[in-house]
Design a protein around this ligand. Structure first.
Ligand code: KG4
Ligand code: ZN
Length: 331
């Protein structure tokens, strides 16, 4: 089955074409350059940029797959959670395509897309497994018993891990998005130079990263640096210390959740799962089989939406033109 996937939930316009689970194309058009000067995503700019490029990105994805619109059999579109204006662009576009070309439409939850990104890889786990979704909007643990069967075990009570990366990067003055920059600066820093808190929330599988972010803010103040004006060596050491705290917490919670749920297989996904240190340390966890989508499938992309839509369609599900976008859409 040829599936067209569309994701416009945040600041990337992405369209992909799959043949069943095989990726024929996966085009991601990033808007970073339009948002970076504001130190974060400006929702109004994001929706306008999606409108400007969604058709070009779709044509590119279909061309790269060496197909035409006639070959598409199913349109899978992300309809939440995300920025409402951005979601609406992708959804209205998908509905119009589906109506005009008489192709089936299926709505997909963005988080389900992140979880199912692993099924685009050659190596994927049998059910049941544990998933950690760690992205700019979410830090959540799920027990996954089957396609479509997800049980939330824990979630962030405040900032998501990726959001903390982005906010710390802003304080250090290293631009947006902060994750990849902190990732590479941390490699050159000493994680033990500064002592930052590890918010474990003992007894809970929830997360909390806002205290850690505030601790970095206070550290900069105590060291006498103005936010955004920090010397390079200090930036590297703070990045290393901050990243070490985030990863220690993520790894500990994976271990707790796996032991509580008696699960041996773990999928780590979402933008922060592209982090080199997290990938390295996760693979070293003893007694657990760790599955990581390749980096480009961890960050937002439409192939993950297409594969999740494909599995829903195989189960007999379909959406109609009343499908709506929702900024908050539980899995
Ligand atoms: O999954 P994603 O592309 O979008 C959301 O659904 O949020 O995740 C984006 C987040 C951003 O906060 C970004 O800073 C973070 O993922 N990120 C990383 C890395 N690459 C992206 N965080 C840490 N290390 C990275 N290498
Ligand atoms: Zn995402």
């Amino acid at each position: 089955m040829i599936v067209l996937g569309i994701d416009t939930s945040c600041d990337d316009t992405s369209v992909a074409v799959l043949e069943d689970r095989k990726i024929l194309s996966n085009v991601v058009s990033s808007q970073i350059k339009f948002h970076s000067k504001y130190g974060g995503i400006v929702p109004e700019i994001a929706s306008r940029k999606h409108i400007e490029c969604i058709w070009d990105v779709t044509e590119k994805a279909i061309n790269e797959a060496n197909l035409t619109m006639k070959d598409i059999e199913l349109i899978a579109v992300c309809h939440g959670p995300g920025l409402i204006g951005s979601l609406l662009v992708g959804l209205c576009f998908a509905k119009a395509l589906s109506y005009a070309s008489r192709k089936s439409l299926i709505g997909v939850n963005h988080l389900e897309g992140h979880i199912q990104a692993i099924f685009l890889e050659k190596l994927y786990p049998d059910f049941p497994f544990l998933t950690l979704i760690v992205s700019g909007g979410h830090t959540s643990l799920y027990r996954v018993d089957d396609f479509g069967k997800y049980k939330e075990l824990g979630r962030t009570r405040d900032d998501a891990a990726g959001e903390a990366y982005d906010k710390v990067a802003k304080m250090l003055g290293v631009g947006y998005p902060g994750g990849p920059v902190i990732d590479s600066m941390a490699n050159e820093g000493n994680p033990e130079k500064f002592n930052l808190p590890r918010p474990y929330l003992h007894g809970s599988l929830d997360f909390s990263f806002s205290g850690l972010k505030t601790a970095v803010k206070l550290l900069l103040k105590n060291l006498g640096y103005e936010e955004g004006k920090v010397p390079d060596d200090v930036k590297k050491d703070i990045s290393a210390a901050f990243q070490c705290c985030v990863i220690d917490v993520l790894i500990e919670k994976i271990k707790w959740a796996a032991s509580m749920e008696k699960l041996k297989r773990v999928v780590i996904t979402g933008g922060v799962a592209a982090n080199s240190e997290l990938r390295k340390r996760a693979k070293m966890i003893e007694g657990l089989e760790i599955y990581l989508p390749s980096k480009s499938l961890c960050t937002d992309n439409a192939a993950m939406i297409a594969v999740a839509g494909y599995h829903r369609f195989l189960r007999g599900e379909k959406s109609d033109l009343y499908l709506n976008a929702r900024a908050y859409l539980p899995l």
